[in-house]
Design a binder for this molecule. Structure first.
Ligand SMILES: *Cc1c(COP(=O)(O)O)cnc(C)c1O
Length: 359
């Protein structure tokens, strides 16, 4: 049986290469590889295996964390949103999972629960205003946690909102100053840096860095490409041309007839649509590779298909290979075109897309 050609290839050697780039930038720090959201869509178990040299893994799905332990991973496993109910604390205890403590409701649960040993990362909200204790609540939270003898290792943590933005330096500095001034009195390990801060701000590396997107070969920086950063794409998304339409001047392509040609053209229909995870908002002109040659999208992305202009592509025919992003076509380019970020595209490849691993 010839199966539908929509496909995602995961290159584990690229993942390992990108880990080595993290290590070059932050040689003194321990690496907490962020594998949330199924390793940004790459498959968390196989990603963890490839990243086995990392000192820890961060994610927020408890079932995936338990699967990591079951698979024999001994590293620190950090749950980025901590526990959600008191009952989960027993699982953290039993499987030595480390919890981010970011809110007083979690401290209340800890005071109710019985457990023997829990390591925590205590998160401060330094200005992102998502998770974390406000600076003026931080000491009280620390005092309560430190008075609980079953809470063992405490690491101090915050998260930056704009470490990769060209105009983000002012907010970054405010966040860093806030964190340092409040935490100065504690002789405890620290974790601040996401991918962008790893690359832009070496003073934030401290004890644990938390790279996500750069491991997967996306650029975390507004003003540098992944290639310029020495990062390799891990996921290559591809399919094939399954039909060719020869159209004349004035003809239209796709839903609502949004695209109309000014001359005769050859259109290739590719078996990949928004139900596979291609962004529906990618406009006419978004690049694709057909037979390794640059071509582009025309008209609306459908649920199951998209159309490309192959007029200038040599030897384009049914069966010609098409790369949507990955090797030779950075995911960041497609994300820009669709007015989103690489993270969303990588996480968005759906279950019906066949996957395979290259190591
Ligand atoms: C997702 C996440 C990261 C990784 O961020 P990248 O930009 O992908 O490097 C680090 N820390 C926290 C708290 C996160 O939620």
């Amino acid at each position: 049986m010839m199966s539908r050609p929509a496909h995602a290839l995961i290159d584990l050697s690229a993942l390992q290469h990108n880990l080595s780039v993290v290590r070059q930038h932050a040689p003194q720090a321990r690496i907490m590889a962020v594998i949330k959201a199924n390793a940004y869509g790459h498959g968390f178990l196989q990603a963890a295996k490839a990243l086995n040299e990392a000192g820890g893994f961060a994610l927020l799905e408890l079932d995936a964390a338990l699967q990591l332990r079951q698979a024999g991973f001994k590293q620190t496993i950090l749950l980025l949103e901590g526990f959600f109910t008191e009952a989960e604390i027993a699982l953290f205890d039993q499987h030595q999972l480390t919890a981010v403590i970011h809110h007083s409701s979690q401290i209340d649960m800890l005071n109710q629960a019985t457990f023997k040993h829990l390591d925590v990362f205590v998160k401060m909200n330094t200005g992102m205003n998502r998770l974390g204790f406000q600076p003026d609540e931080f000491h009280a939270a620390m005092n309560t946690l430190r008075s609980n003898k079953n809470i063992q290792n405490i690491t101090l943590m915050t998260h930056f909102a704009s470490a990769g933005d060209v105009e983000g330096e002012q907010q970054f500095n405010q966040q860093l100053d806030c964190f340092n001034s409040i935490t100065e009195k504690y002789q405890l390990p620290r974790s601040l840096a996401n991918s962008a801060a790893i690359l832009n701000y070496p003073t934030t590396h401290e004890n644990w860095v938390r790279p996500g997107i750069m491991l997967y070969g996306g650029s975390p920086l507004e003003n540098k490409t992944a290639e310029e950063l020495g990062l390799r794409p891990v996921m290559t998304v591809s399919s094939k041309i399954i039909a060719i339409q020869n159209i004349n001047r004035g003809d239209r392509v796709g839903y609502s007839g949004c695209y109309q040609t000014d001359k005769p053209r050859q259109i290739g229909i590719v078996a990949f649509g928004y139900a596979d995870g291609y962004p529906r908002h990618a406009p006419t002109g978004t690049p694709v590779l057909v037979n390794g040659q640059t071509s582009h999208i025309v008209g609306r992305i459908s649920m199951d298909m998209l159309a490309v202009d192959v007029t200038e592509v040599e030897n384009a025919k049914v069966g010609s290979p098409v790369i949507l992003w990955g090797e030779g076509l950075p995911v960041d380019v497609i994300a820009d075109q669709a007015e989103t970020i690489s993270y969303e595209l990588l996480c968005g490849i759906t279950a019906r897309v066949a996957r395979s691993i290259q190591s």
